[in-house]
Design a protein. Structure first.
Length: 219
């Protein structure tokens, strides 16, 4: 069953952004200290989101990020969560480069995706609001769960012997949605009082069984 995936991002969150008071130059920044500071910052973010929605993070090249920031004459390294139709990832932006620090494919199954969004929504809060609760509820309204699958009997005759009203009604409603199924159901109704050996009754039940097997293939 297809569905419309949700997309959003959390960018430049204040407590996720490692920033300096001024743009550091290559000559006046202690790279060793900068790496230690970035390492501590990374560990805090990792503890916050690693495993969220199945996200698996990979340690970035700290020194390369710092050097990219200096080269671009920037004063910050930011961490951004991005949710697209196909993936959920953590991007690190430093100057002119963006590094994917971890990603996971978004589930393609509707119910798995529903649970995936619920997990992210449960984590989201404040300026980390990647999937606000209101958005999650709106998405659920637009993508309701599919109807439960019916019990699958081997034949139409088995269905009728079980004679569960809701199952019979669902099949008949579906069968009447196509010409062959409607013709079969009309013939079943017209021969309802005929003898079991009546050729018309036998054919009607045969066609009803074919229609029932077609119906089962829709689930």
């Amino acid at each position: 069953m297809s569905f419309n995936a949700y997309e959003n991002s959390v960018e430049a969150v204040d407590d996720w952004t490692l920033s300096y008071d001024r743009i550091p130059a290559d000559t006046d920044i202690d790279k060793g200290n900068a790496v230690r500071r970035l390492t501590k910052h990374w560990e805090e973010i990792k503890s916050d989101v690693d495993g969220l929605g199945g996200l698996k993070l990979q340690k970035p090249d700290y020194l390369a990020l710092i050097e990219a920031m200096i080269k671009a004459k920037s004063h910050a390294i930011s961490f951004n969560l991005v949710l697209t139709k196909s993936e959920f990832r953590l991007d690190i932006e430093a100057g002119a480069i963006t590094v994917k620090a971890g990603s996971v494919k978004a589930p393609s199954d509707l119910e798995e995706y529903r649970n995936f969004l619920a997990a992210i929504s449960g984590w989201s809060q404040g300026d980390h609001n990647l999937v606000p609760e209101s958005d999650r509820k709106a998405w659920n309204d637009k993508n309701p769960p599919p109807p439960p699958k019916p019990n699958k009997y081997k034949t139409y005759d088995d269905l009728m012997k079980k004679n569960i009203k809701s199952e019979v009604e669902d099949f008949r409603a579906s069968a009447k949605g196509n010409s062959a199924g409607k013709k079969a159901m009309d013939a079943v109704d017209k021969t309802a009082n005929a003898k079991p050996t009546d050729p018309a009754r036998v054919q009607a039940l045969k066609d009803a069984n074919t229609a029932y097997l077609v119906y089962l293939k829709t689930f």
